[in-house]
Design a protein around this ligand. Structure first.
Ligand code: MV4
Length: 450
């Protein structure tokens, strides 16, 4: 069943709003940019065909308010809503509300968003269908006593995770038996306060790991995987740099982890673009399912660079009921891509956000460079949102070439008026261990300590 999309309400801001508008423009689809009072003079508002103010500067008064977005889409006669990432992108109730109002939500259906949003349920599904999961509880754990008995079985250290959390939110590591009781009670309490759901599950805590995520793309009949991204370089669950393919995977392991991701997506009845997160023990080649993200991710461009796919266009086409015109054996990875997230943050001050005005801006270019950004000279960065200013993406035929191009792009980049994470990236790309591909989730901690 296909249903043409003639106009899209862009229910997001910043660089991802620009990215969605670009995809729509190429597809000949009209765009309506929803903006908060703080984003009135933003680039996506200028680039879209039309725009509509949806409320106050704080996210809760605008981008996070389902009713405001639905009414903006209805009154402007938009056929579909693209939620981008963050905000309402993984809100099953919002996707359901779109359905009730006969507006196409560009993403998976509410049922699968809800399933994957319940991290314990997603883990249970993975285990049931033979996708590897870490040793730990089979389901949520109701009491301290049950937590203690699970932990005795799997051994210390363990990590307590909020079932309603995800992406590192609501996690707690416990190293010794004496700390379990308090940690469990704290985790339960915090999760209840943050997500109105105190459900906790337990996993053995693995160290010296890589964070590998597989991009999947599914229509109503087929699930494809588009290789992986290595997102091991992060700081307090904020990814700083991502690359594809992962330097840690062999072709054989890539096929296995890709098949595991596809298997999970198929069993869940997944459609549209999604990402299946794993952790990888590089020494043993073991990988374990962590969670599935049901949105387009910040780091999607590196997958686009190595596969030649336009993921945002594919999202829109799938949402309108079109089928994928490719099979798995037609997907090949070419070359290597790296993304550096340039944030308005002072990395010397523990990555403290630094809003302000961008007084000067020079965008890098040349062979193999792509920049996804919404900034321009004179742009005032609102203090209400995420501090991402630009994504610098470098492609090369080899990893070395991608690194050289990224180093060149960082030299060319000029952003004045605010502190950015660009100097941090320059330092990181010059690091010999990074250049050898020797990174783990501990890398940044070690680099900043040195
Ligand atoms: C883990 C883990 C180790 N063992 N689970 C972080 C994001 C979320 N999707 C899952 N995460 C992790 N889960 C087990 N069983 C390590 C991480 C993790 C991490 C943990 C603490 C500090 C930084 C981290 C960076 C990446 C992944």
């Amino acid at each position: 069943m296909t249903r043409p999309i003639r106009s899209v309400l862009v229910a997001n801001r910043g660089e991802i709003a620009v990215r969605v508008i670009r995809a729509c423009r190429e597809l000949g689809i009209e765009t309506v940019q929803a903006y908060s009072e703080a984003d009135r003079y933003s680039l996506p508002v200028k680039l879209a065909d039309r725009s509509v103010c949806i409320g106050g500067p704080r996210s809760a008064e605008s981008y996070l308010n389902p009713a405001f977005l639905i009414s903006a889409a209805s009154t402007r006669k938009a056929d579909a809503i693209h939620p981008g990432y963050g905000f309402l992108s993984e809100n099953a109730d919002f996707a359901e509300l779109c359905r009730l109002h006969d507006i196409i939500f560009i993403g998976p259906n509410p049922e699968v968003i809800s399933l994957m949003g319940n991290k314990a349920m997603a883990r249970k599904l993975a285990a049931q269908i033979g996708v590897p999961t870490t040793p730990g509880s089979a389901d949520t754990v109701a009491s301290v006593d049950e937590a203690a008995s699970v932990t005795e079985q799997v051994g210390y250290p363990v990590i307590l995770k909020a079932s309603a959390g995800g992406g590192g939110r609501g996690m707690r590591i416990v190293w010794e038996p004496k700390d379990l009781r308090e940690a469990f009670q704290q985790a339960q309490k915090e999760s209840k306060a943050a997500f109105a759901d105190g459900s906790i599950y337990i996993e053995r805590y693995l160290t010296e790991i890589r964070h590998i995520e597989v991009q999947v793309l599914a229509d109503h009949a087929t699930v494809l995987h588009l290789g992986e991204r290595d997102c091991s370089i992060q700081k307090r669950h904020q990814k700083l740099i991502e690359e594809s393919p992962s330097p840690a995977l062999t072709g054989e392991l890539r096929a296995k982890i890709g098949e595991a991701a596809v298997r999970l997506a198929k069993h869940a009845g997944y459609t549209n673009a999604g990402t299946v997160e794993f952790i990888l023990n590089e020494k043993t080649g073991e990988f374990f399912f962590m969670e599935m993200n049901t949105r387009i991710q910040v780091e999607h461009p590196i997958t686009e660079m190595v596969t030649g796919f336009d993921l945002v266009k594919s999202q829109i086409q799938i949402a309108s009921g079109e089928s994928l015109q490719v099979s798995q054996d037609q997907i090949t990875l070419k070359g290597h891509a790296i993304e550096c997230r340039i944030n308005a943050e002072d990395f010397a001050c523990n990555f403290m956000p630094c809003p302000g005005t961008v007084t000067r801006y020079l965008c890098p270019g040349g062979p193999g460079i792509r920049v996804d950004s919404h900034i321009f000279p004179g742009y005032q960065i609102p203090p209400y949102y995420d501090s991402l200013l630009a994504k610098l993406i470098a492609w090369g035929r080899t990893r070395d070439e991608a690194i050289s191009r990224m180093q060149r792009a960082l030299r060319e980049l000029v952003i004045e008026g605010v502190k950015t994470t660009a100097p941090f990236h320059t330092m990181l790309l010059d690091d010999a261990r990074f250049q050898r591909g020797e990174v783990s989730t501990r890398f940044v901690q070690d680099l900043l300590a040195a």
